[in-house]
Design a protein around this ligand. Structure first.
Ligand SMILES: Nc1ncnc2c1ncn2[C@@H]1O[C@H](COP(=O)(O)OP(=O)(O)OP(=O)(O)O)[C@@H](O)[C@H]1O
Length: 377
């Protein structure tokens, strides 16, 4: 393994990429306007290349060439490059050719809510598996790789976003008395029922009220231009969840599970629910996957390990990664600074970044209908 103390700098990575022509086949990748921020963590390198969705499959050689060029750089331990869908903006690249900042980029109305490009749901078959923790850190990681991101806390009976982002006493302002302005933290646009009413009040709401509150949080909030809105779903696979899956224009869903058998059975129900309403499952995350002793560093697979990976393989959906059970993840969330924000260069942030890359790639890959089998006579 490469010596991590010799980890390459971003400039060295950019120099290595200079020999690779960008999506237009001519302009060097770093000056093409298609390259995201390059993140280097312990010798692992992450970045994305924006491409026209229609050309994504033909540009796979570009992704591979970039990956190979970076892999050859001394000190690089691993490389993860994803192709992400190009925004409709016709904006010229920023000086120096790097992609303009997310704010400068306009989004399309493709996803059904004006200005929002993709809406994804983070769901779990049962409560307490870390769905909200995953939502917050995934959203931060998606933003870090160059997306403009919002979070809608649809967990109406147990909203977590106010606490996760240290906004428990904050109240959103209205814009011209008509729409609500989302709150912001770490560059994310945030909306939660917890900002609007007492939790006790929401607890007694019944189905139709919940749905109308959700529709309002989706459509009557001035989200602005977002690449990805991440919805923290209520836990479980009951009627409320099914109605959301049916009525919100979702581009895909991420399922969070823990490795226990029971949680996996529930996660399976989650996959089935989204498949039934034809929403692509972008993958499964195994949370609280294993425990690393803070004193001796020894790893224990407390609940067994790898169940979600096996389940993903069985269902033919991507396995997005595993996140350990770690005090730091809980403590940072409790303190209102999820770990990707609190320790952006730490190992957990790197794990969430890798998950975010795969989610971004899943969103950029057009979902193809299953192959038709033709029997030749
Ligand atoms: N990987 C982890 N390591 C340590 N603690 C974690 C981890 N993931 C989540 N937690 C903690 O577990 C608790 C439950 O997590 P979280 O609220 O994210 O779950 P949830 O599935 O959204 O729950 P609910 O169903 O109640 O909405 C929280 O205290 C959180 O900080």
């Amino acid at each position: 393994m490469a010596d991590q103390s010799q980890q390459p700098t971003e400039d060295v990575i950019l120099a290595a990429l200079a020999s690779i022509p960008g999506p237009d086949g001519r302009t060097p990748l770093p000056r093409s306007g298609a390259l995201s921020e390059v993140v280097v963590h312990k010798g692992k390198v992450y970045f994305s290349i924006q491409v026209d969705a229609a050309r994504a499959s033909r540009l796979e050689p570009l992704r591979l060439a970039a990956e190979n060029a970076v892999r050859a750089v001394p000190g690089v331990v691993d490389v993860l490059v994803s192709l992400t869908e190009e925004r409709a903006a016709t904006e010229a690249p920023a000086p120096g050719g790097r992609r303009p900042g997310p704010k400068a980029q306009a989004a399309t109305t493709k996803a059904g809510v004006p200005g929002i490009r993709h809406i994804i749901a983070v769901a779990s078959g049962k409560g307490g598996v870390g769905k909200s923790t995953t939502t917050a850190n995934l959203a931060l990681a998606l933003a870090r790789i160059g997306n403009r991101v919002g979070v809608l806390d649809a967990d109406i009976y147990g909203p977590s976003v106010p606490k996760l982002f240290d906004l428990s006493n904050a109240r959103p302002e209205t814009v011209e008395g008509k729409t609500l302005k989302p709150l912001t933290a770490h560059g994310l646009a945030l909306m939660s029922i917890g900002f609007l009413v007492d939790q006790e009040a929401a607890m007694i709401w019944r189905g139709p009220m919940v749905m109308s509150a959700l529709q309002q949080m989706l459509r009557d909030v001035a989200w602005g231009d977002l690449d990805i809105l991440v919805i923290d779903m209520p836990p479980g696979t009951g009627d409320a969840q099914l109605t959301i899956a049916q009525t919100v224009p979702l581009s895909g869903a991420v399922i969070v599970s823990t490795p226990q058998d029971l949680a996996l059975i529930d996660a399976r129900r989650g996959v089935t629910m989204f498949e039934q309403v034809a929403i692509p499952v972008l993958g499964i995350v195994e949370n609280m996957s294993y425990f690393v002793c803070p004193h001796c560093g020894e790893r224990s697979d407390i609940f067994g390990h790898g169940g979600a990976r096996d389940e993903a393989a069985r269902r033919g959906v991507p396995f997005l990664g595993d996140i350990p059970l770690d005090m730091a993840i809980r403590a940072t969330s409790d303190a209102g600074q999820p770990i990707v924000a609190a320790e952006p260069d730490g190992p957990h942030a790197a794990a969430y970044l890798a998950i975010a890359q795969q989610v971004a790639t899943g969103l950029a890959t057009p979902q193809r209908p299953p192959p038709r089998i033709v029997i030749e006579q």
